[in-house]
Design a protein around this ligand. Structure first.
Ligand SMILES: [Zn+2]
Length: 132
């Protein structure tokens, strides 16, 4: 389950009261804040004043309605931060360079890990090729 405070981070909202947050709705073209995020008894409530479908609003940030309820066991990931993966890329590159210089073999597991990091960065449009 994801509480209103955490949910608000997905929408870059602001706190307006105890367990209450307000933010721009990702689906509304309106410049005013219409999205209400509130802690409820069994889960977190999400409501757009302009009448957007809450499942569509959640889908914009990669969440499902069930993520908001306490009976769900869904693990909710925080917004992706590429900094760690970009740091891993630096480490992997210098590691591979070092192995090549020493003439040591590069292990299959190293390649798999490197490709996982690369795929994750690519899927978030954060991948930076070498020598650019
Ligand atoms: Zn809306």
């Amino acid at each position: 389950m994801i509480e209103a405070a955490a949910l608000s981070e997905f929408f870059e909202g602001r706190r307006i009261g105890e367990g209450k947050y307000l933010s721009l709705c990702p689906l509304c073209s309106s410049k005013s804040e219409t999205l209400y995020l509130t802690d409820g008894r069994k889960g977190t409530l999400i409501y757009c004043h302009s009448g957007c479908d809450k499942e569509d609003v959640l889908a914009e940030v990669g969440l499902k309605l069930q993520d908001l309820f306490s009976n769900s066991h869904t693990f909710v990931k925080p917004p992706y931060d590429p900094a760690e993966d970009l740091h891993r890329v630096d480490i992997i590159r210098s590691f591979i360079k070092e192995k090549k210089e020493k003439g040591e073999p590069i292990l299959y597991s190293d390649v798999v890990f490197a490709n996982q990091v690369k795929a994750r960065l690519k899927s978030h449009n954060c991948w930076k090729p070498l020598n650019v």
